[in-house]
Write a protein that binds this ligand. Structure first.
Ligand code: FEO
Ligand code: CA
Ligand code: CA
Length: 648
């Protein structure tokens, strides 16, 4: 069977189970068990708590809480810097430490603020242990660091450069015979997708009147992708990048109409000031441009000339995570969260099954299917409610004249059907054997009142303050929690599920019992990134906001961290701590499980104004280290120094 030294893998091969094959030869007996369990799982998936033979215990020594400006990993591991903001994706110019590179050069280099990420294997070449592509999101920019004088002046060229620092990088990486990783330069795959890359709009909302603009009267060709936070990938080898906080970029005079307010559009956005030089971000001048953002975008990383596609069938909201599962009949299910306070959890179920023998049929698989929103009932049951035009009150009488309008106004559709308001859903991970689904709920300071989102869609974003409920059990949920569910019959396409709370985060040293949580093991807060490895260990990346890091209730948790949990025992161990001001995100694995790729996002982020180039530098000089150097987001490759499987 599989030769662990031959790491070449068909890039278009299927999803989780081929990954299970690519593991340490010394664990084949376990794998036999795991694959047996996988086969069982297809017939009827079992709760992880009953998958007793599955060895998911973290097997490393915890790293302590840290507050210094460094990355720490357990003894016996190394963390290698691979790809930082400003590094070329192919053979373009190198990083300019004074941030003097032009927009055109920035568009050939790593963007800012790396986030979600996925590794796609390529056949290894002679002399390499492995080769693959990394698709990496660049969520947003810190304009204080992006330009030599920050935002002290503001010009069209700076807006263009900020747009060039957004989007996605695709880089080719190789693992040398000595096990170290490097970016391949030049590479025919090296590519940047930015906030002005042309992309096709597909699915039910394509061409709708509300998607048409003066520049695109057909409503089928958008420019760019924005605020690419979490991600997903498909069994057919494409990358899914998720547009999250679109309200950061668009502005409208106050008060904005209800449909804009529901999506958080305000007079100022997050202060990006793009509208001053790119009028498509001024909603008063171009009222429909905003409808062309807030989607999941599918990218073929293997074809650098491919046009990214906005898949409108997956709904429009602050997308965080697009994690797939395969239903019993082969249909593709994509789980997605809307990361805002008191927003909803969704899943899309494709109309057609995925057939690896007919890859051409997968081209538009994500354009046809049903979008569902979750209702978590008291007592541990739950329902997926279809967001289908004409059903469940989604009719013209309520502002939904077509399926396109259901999708453009996904939040209002969720309001109408009475979906459960959640504590900011972030990443979603599907257990590779049992099919159990885990979702981080990062925090919610608007939980514990009596105000729900109005059914008529008129509650502005973050205007609700609902009571606690079973799935969101804490008022003013400062530390967050992780919820998990099991689909009925073990079928990802089921319309009902059973749920429980996997862990409530917190610090057991705190006096307030409500903030201590119930973690078995190392304390953490604000879970965000989430990924299973092939052994069923759950990796949790934290995003305590820079305003809270190492202060107040969060003083005992230190810098943001990556932790590893055993879903069976609940044991949690801290695996990595990041530099000052950073968030940890993007965890994903090489197919052999021996390299963990992680992103360090926004080291040095300062809680004050974004336009000051000096404040971040006073907090962090990571990774370059020299005093006064600009901190840079970066991708790390983490390995065991003995070459073994990470986490064991
Ligand atoms: Fe961009 Fe929801 O984190
Ligand atoms: Ca996130
Ligand atoms: Ca977050």
């Amino acid at each position: 069977m599989f030769d662990p030294d031959d790491l070449s893998t068909n890039p278009s091969a299927g999803p989780a189970f081929p990954d299970l094959l690519a593991v340490d030869a010394g664990r084949r007996r376990l794998l036999g068990t795991a694959l047996g369990a996988a086969a069982l799982a297809f017939l009827g998936r079992v709760p992880v708590a009953r998958a007793a033979s599955f060895d998911a215990a973290p097997g490393f020594e915890s790293v302590p809480v840290a507050a210094d400006d460094a990355v720490h990993v357990p003894p016996g591991y190394s963390a290698q810097l691979l790809f930082a903001w400003g590094d070329p994706v192919s053979d373009g110019p190198a990083f300019s430490p004074d941030a003097s590179q032009s927009a055109e050069v920035q568009a050939l280099q790593a963007g800012m603020h790396h986030d979600g990420m996925h590794y796609f294997p390529l056949p290894a070449r002679k002399g390499d242990r492995a080769r693959g592509l990394l698709a990496i999101n660049h969520e947003y920019t810190d304009d204080g660091l992006l330009h030599p004088d920050g935002m002290k002046t503001w010009t069209a060229a700076k807006v263009r450069k900020a747009q060039a620092a957004h989007g996605v990088s695709v880089i080719e990486v190789r693992q040398r015979a000595d096990h170290g990783w490097e970016v391949v330069r030049p590479s025919r795959y090296g590519r940047r997708i930015t906030a002005y890359t042309p992309m096709r709009i597909a699915g039910p909302a394509a061409g709708h009147a509300r998607m048409r603009t003066a520049a695109d009267p057909e409503g089928r060709l958008a420019l760019g992708t924005l605020n690419n936070c979490a991600n997903g990938h498909t069994p057919w080898g494409t990358y899914l990048t998720c547009e999250e906080n679109i309200q950061a970029y668009f502005v409208h005079a106050s008060p904005a109409p209800a449909d804009l307010a529901r999506y958080g559009i305000t007079e100022r956005g997050f202060g990006y000031r793009w509208h001053e030089f790119d009028e498509r971000f001024d909603v008063r001048r171009h009222p429909n441009e905003v409808n062309r953002f807030g989607w999941v975008v599918e990218i073929d990383p293997f074809d650098p000339a491919s046009v990214p596609v906005k898949r409108t069938a997956l709904g429009r909201f602050s997308h965080e995570s697009a994690t797939h599962a395969v239903a019993s009949d082969g249909r593709i299910v994509v789980y997605m969260g809307d990361d805002q306070r008191n927003e909803y959890l969704y899943k899309f179920v494709s109309r057609d099954p995925y057939d690896p023998q007919q890859p051409e049929r997968t081209r538009d698989l994500l354009d046809h299917g049903t979008l569902y929103v979750a209702r978590f009932e008291a007592g541990g049951s739950g329902q997926w409610i279809a967001l289908v035009h004409g059903e469940n009150g989604l009719t013209a009488d309520h502002g939904f004249g077509s399926q396109a309008e259901v999708l453009i106004r996904t939040r209002q559709a969720g309001d109408r059907v009475g979906a459960t308001m959640m504590d900011r859903p972030e990443w979603i991970a599907v257990h590779p054997v049992t099919g159990e689904v885990y979702c981080t709920l990062t925090n919610n300071n608007r939980r514990g009142g009596a105000t729900a989102n109005a059914a008529d869609g008129t509650t502005p974003l973050a205007g609700a303050q609902p009571p606690v409920d079973g799935a969101n059990p804490r008022a003013n949920n400062a530390f967050g929690h992780i919820v998990r569910w099991r689909e009925a019959g073990g079928d990802a396409a089921a319309t009902s599920f059973e749920w429980d709370v996997f862990v409530q985060c917190g610090d057991p040293a705190l006096a307030d019992a409500a903030k201590r949580g119930d973690i078995r093991g190392d304390a953490f807060g604000n879970p965000d990134g989430l990924a299973f490895d092939a052994y069923g260990r759950l990796w949790i990346a934290t995003d305590i906001s820079p305003t809270s890091l190492n202060k107040g209730d969060f003083a005992g948790l230190g810098n943001n961290a990556l932790l590893c949990a055993d879903p069976v025992s609940g044991e949690v161990r801290r695996f990595l701590t990041g530099p000052r001001g950073s968030e940890i995100t993007g965890p994903c694995f090489s197919p052999d499980g021996r390299t963990l790729f992680v992103n360090i996002q926004h080291p040095g982020e300062n809680p004050g104004e974004r336009n000051d180039p000096d404040r971040p530098k006073a907090i962090s000089a990571w990774p370059d280290g020299a005093a006064g150097s600009r901190p840079r987001s970066a991708t790390l490759a983490i390995r065991r120094t003995d070459g073994g499987v990470v986490g064991t």
